[in-house]
Design a protein around this ligand. Structure first.
Ligand code: KPL
Length: 310
């Protein structure tokens, strides 16, 4: 099977490497030229807890050099999804499947502007990875990947099953579910409770748990999002706050992706996370003050990147 990964950051590179090792014909597409050059010249260095290996997967920074694929995986930041949708439309075979495993909400809608919704699969992954430098990533923990159709019917469900079986053969723990939107909401709540708070305070995920005040702030943001889910008829897992705290504990040493974006003065995914909660709550007249505050503070921070502090 021919697979193209759009967005060869940590997660895109990890999935690409594992799928390549399982025998798939994989191309990593990314605009980061130095990363692409290193991967093609020296292989992708995949560092695990004990071992490091070099994976000879192909990378490209030029979509015109990539042949259409049967499966396209989108791993770009949610801020770049609309652009990725255009690239994906050019890189997908007519009956091919496109899967987004991105953080945040609104990605499938942005992809559906360019791709037939019946070709779109959505999902979440609890795999962890981060970039160590060009051509070099660290696998930082394993977790389940859930894949399901954006529009549920027999044909699209078969596509989700095929992709989850492909992942399993590549050693990526995966399952398909027609209720995948519930998993996406569960993951949204994790990001709602961890990302903005750690980004604003310069802390690592586990440090949220150290102080009563940060636990309360995180819990309040999650409870607001859970109330929204309830109003929208989305069924969440039991005890979402406990789950968010368990993820903060399991990823204690990580700096959240939003924290890393703020550290590098990059645009964050706030609009697709806490900002999404605020927008959807507004539509039904629900007040979500903690999410509004977190969103406003991150937006203010972003607006003043680079300003002199003197
Ligand atoms: O998804 C994450 C992120 O940082 O975006 C978590 C799960 C919070 C891990 O850092």
């Amino acid at each position: 099977m021919r697979i193209t990964i759009i967005g060869a950051g940590a997660m895109g590179s990890l999935f690409g490497a594992l799928l390549h090792e399982s025998g798939a014909d994989v191309v990593l597409f990314d605009l980061w030229q130095e990363h692409v050059r290193r991967i093609n010249q020296e292989g992708l260095a995949l560092c695990g807890p004990r071992v490091e290996r070099s994976v000879r997967v192909t990378a490209s920074a030029d979509p015109e050099q990539i042949r259409p694929a049967d499966l396209v995986l989108v791993f770009v930041k949610s801020t770049n999804t609309s652009q990725a949708a255009k690239t994906a439309a050019a890189l997908l075979t007519p009956g091919g499947l496109l899967l987004t495993l991105q953080n945040g909400m609104g990605n499938a809608e942005a992809l559906a502007a360019e791709i037939d919704p019946e070709q779109i699969l959505v999902g979440t992954t609890a795999h962890g990875a981060h970039v160590l430098g060009p051509g070099r990533i660290r696998q930082a923990g394993q977790g389940e990947t859930v894949v399901g159709p954006w529009l549920v019917n027999e044909k699209t469900m078969a596509g989700a099953e095929e992709v989850s079986a492909l992942f399993s053969r590549a050693g990526i723990t995966a399952r398909s579910s027609e209720r995948v939107l519930e998993n996406i909401w569960d993951k949204l709540l994790v990001n709602v409770g961890i990302n903005a708070l750690t980004a604003l305070t310069g802390t690592r995920n586990g440090q949220i748990l150290d102080l009563e005040v940060s636990r309360r702030l995180s819990a309040a943001a999650v409870q607001e999002a859970a109330r929204l889910a309830d109003c929208l008829g989305v069924r969440l897992r039991e005890n979402p706050v406990e789950h968010v705290f368990a993820v903060a504990e399991a990823t204690a040493a990580n700096r959240s992706s939003m924290g890393q974006d703020v550290d590098r003065q990059r645009k964050t995914e706030i609009e697709a996370i806490n900002g999404y909660v605020v927008r959807e709550a507004d539509k039904i007249g629900l007040f979500v003050p903690v999410n509004l505050t977190l969103t406003g503070l991150i937006q203010t921070l972003e607006a003043h990147y680079g300003d002199s502090k003197g």
